[in-house]
Design a protein. Structure first.
Length: 179
C-alpha cells in the first residue's frame, strides 16, 4: 500500500519534539493550525514516573514526557546513550502507546508510522505494539505500527518532495535545464 493511497495513515516523529500529521483517504488532515499530536494529554502515573515533564506550555503532555529532551532531562543522558533493557524504554513505550491509543480512537488510522531519532531504538517497536493491543483491549483492531520505509532519510526526502510539489504548482514555467 502506498503511503498516500486510499488508506488512512498517521505519521509521528519522536525526536527533539513529538509531532505528526494524519492522512485520511490519502489527503492531509489540516484544521485551523497544523495538528499538535505531541501536545495531547496522556495519563501520567507520578508514582511510576515523578518527572514533571518539560513542555514549556503543558509540562507533562506527551511531548513533555516522551520526546528526546524529556528522556535526557529524566535520565541524565540522551536516548541514544541509554543501554538496551534500561527501564526508560518500558516507560517510553507506555507513553507512546497511550498517544497511539488516543490517535487510534479519534482518527482510526490503518497504519501509524513512527519515526524520529528516539524511534531508532529497535526494542521500542515490539513494546509499543504489545502495549497498544493491551490498551485497546479488543475494542478496536490495533493499527499497523511501523518505522518509515525511508528510514533516517524520510525527513530530508520528504522536504525535497514537498519543495518539488510546490515548485511544480506555481504558475512560473519550469526552466529547461536540458538545453
Amino acid at each position: 500500500m502506498a503511503l498516500l493511497g486510499d488508506e488512512s495513515v498517521s505519521v509521528v516523529t519522536v525526536g527533539t519534539g513529538l509531532g505528526g500529521g494524519a492522512f485520511i483517504d490519502g489527503r492531509l488532515l489540516h484544521g485551523r493550525l497544523h495538528p499538535e499530536m505531541g501536545h495531547i494529554r496522556v495519563p501520567h502515573d507520578r508514582a511510576r514516573d515523578p518527572f514533571p515533564g518539560n513542555c514549556p506550555y503543558h509540562g507533562d503532555c506527551l511531548e513533555g514526557l516522551a520526546a528526546g529532551p524529556a528522556i535526557q532531562a529524566r535520565w541524565g543522558q540522551p536516548a541514544h546513550l541509554l543501554p538496551g533493557g534500561h527501564r526508560a524504554w518500558d516507560l517510553e513505550a507506555e507513553y507512546l502507546a497511550l498517544g497511539i491509543l488516543s490517535w487510534t480512537c479519534t482518527l482510526s488510522p490503518e497504519r501509524i508510522v513512527l519515526g524520529g531519532g528516539v524511534m531508532l531504538r529497535a526494542e521500542l517497536f515490539p513494546k509499543v505494539r504489545v502495549r497498544v493491543a493491551e490498551l485497546l483491549n479488543g475494542y478496536l483492531e490495533p493499527p499497523e505500527i511501523v518505522p518509515p520505509e525511508l528510514g533516517t532519510r524520510a525527513g530530508v526526502l520528504g522536504a525535497i518532495a514537498l519543495a518539488d510539489a510546490c515548485y511544480k504548482s506555481t504558475s512560473t514555467p519550469r526552466p529547461d535545464f536540458a538545453s
